[in-house]
Design a protein around this ligand. Structure first.
Ligand code: NIG
Ligand code: FE
Length: 425
């Protein structure tokens, strides 16, 4: 018998996503489902899951335990979004409209729009207002089932604003239940002050900004936008190696618009992830397949930017790469907080199976953030990060579009979304 302070009974289907992480090839599609299930936790950790008929023999409710009826609901691990640009100011709908009329992302960037617009707005916004914006966004994420995100700076490109963005993430971690893994993305663009002397900015990041971020413990990862006209392979290598020397781990924006070999570089650097990969080459696919670097696919981006190409998801999965999914939430190329939308796009546009999409957004996403021992699946000993969705079975999460089926969310055993409403204070 184990003691539990939270017990959920008679869940129609419990999707566990349990097993070895990361899941590759066939294993990505092998989803464990417990029909008519119960799950219980104590002090935020799962202590039991299994058929409901076993729960009374195995679990003793502690005094004051919450016991919830799961009839008609499907349970699954909290969704994990391993690539977001959460702390930004302003939106970019004008640029979006120009793209609908035929201009390209790069053409608009060359005219001074794009990332630079958001940099200006983010430099101007106050710390408190930035926090307010992020709280709203995190609430939306939570209401749609996301319980852990990675979040990048990169809209400051100067010392003060990058630190402001990262300090905001630190503060948000203290006040909001969505867990945040912070990343410094100083190398997201070339700041206007350094247009003619990029090397000066690279030096500033390496010698001043990164050491200060480390000293204040504000980021776990460093990311670089490795792209034609932004940071070359060699510049990315220099930045990433300096970051590793300081004790940071690496993520890369790789092979998004051009096939520079960002995926191969990510593997060489033993990066945690290589993200985007719309233009990854066969060599890049082979390199990822042999590595622990996770291929993070962002299926809204090619739609949002009206690109013809899609990341070669099936070829990555079949080659044996560890694949995860993310929103890339940002005002320029992917304006959504919803991981469920991303799962649906992965199925409809990238050729994922439903089961593959679910595991790419849970256990594999957790692995890419080094959190696979704590979250990403429902298993005894892991955190009670659980969604209960109002659907007849898990396939409806993808099949029935345009709704938000998330009814309840538990984060480390705390009931943070109740009947579709935020319920923490
Ligand atoms: O991941 N590719 C670079 N960065 C973002 C876009 C940022 C923006 O347009 O504001 C991305 O798509
Ligand atoms: Fe991004």
């Amino acid at each position: 018998m184990v003691s539990a302070d939270l017990i959920i009974r008679r869940i129609a289907q419990l999707v566990t996503c349990s097993g070895q992480a990361p899941k590759r090839k066939q294993a990505l599609g092998e989803l464990e489902i417990i029909e008519e299930a119960a799950i219980a936790s104590y002090k935020g950790k799962i202590v039991f899951l299994g058929p409901d008929k076993e729960v009374e023999k195995r679990v003793r409710p502690a005094a004051g335990a919450i016991i919830l009826e799961g009839e008609g609901l499907v349970g699954l691990p909290g969704l994990i979004d391993p690539h977001t640009h959460l702390p930004f100011a302003g939106t970019r709908e004008q640029e979006f409209v120009l793209r609908l009329k035929g201009e390209t992302y790069q053409e608009l960037a060359a005219k001074g729009m794009g990332i630079q617009t958001t940099v200006k707005a983010t430099r101007e916004i106050s710390f408190d207002r930035l926090i307010d914006l992020c709280v709203e966004r995190l609430n939306t994420m939570l209401l749609h089932g996301t319980t852990l995100i990675e979040a990048k700076s990169g809209y400051g490109l100067d010392f003060e604003t990058e630190i402001k963005q990262l300090e905001a993430l630190k503060r948000l971690k203290e006040i909001h239940p969505v867990e945040i893994v912070p990343t410094y993305l100083g190398a997201h663009e070339i700041p206007p002050e350094f247009r003619q002397i990029k090397t000066g900015y690279i030096q500033l990041m390496i010698e001043k900004i990164m050491p200060e971020i480390k000293r204040r413990n504000l980021a776990e990862y460093i990311d670089v936008f490795c792209e034609e006209g932004v940071y070359s392979i060699e510049e990315t290598r220099v930045l990433a190696n300096a970051a590793k020397q300081l004790g940071f781990k690496i993520r890369l924006h790789a092979d998004e618009f051009s096939a520079l070999g960002g995926a191969e570089l990510a593997v060489e650097l033993e990066a945690a992830s290589a993200d985007h990969l719309i233009n990854i080459t066969d060599k890049g696919i082979a390199a990822l397949a042999r590595s622990s670097t996770v291929a993070i696919l962002l299926p809204l981006v090619p739609l949002f930017l009206r690109l013809e190409k899609r990341p070669p998801a099936r070829r990555l999965i079949e080659a044996g790469a560890a694949v995860a999914l993310a929103t890339d939430f940002n005002p320029g190329s992917s304006m959504t907080e919803s991981m469920l939308l991303i799962l649906q796009l992965a199925v409809f546009l990238l050729g994922f199976q439903v089961e593959e999409a679910l595991q790419a957004a849970t256990i594999n996403a957790a692995f890419s953030l080094g959190r696979e021992k704590l979250v990403g699946s429902l298993e005894v000993g892991k955190n009670m990060d659980l969604l209960l969705c109002s659907v007849p079975n898990y396939i409806h999460l993808i099949y029935h579009l345009g709704l938000n089926p998330v009814r309840h969310v538990f984060k480390k055993g705390k009931w943070v979304v109740k009947d579709g409403k935020i319920s923490f204070s």
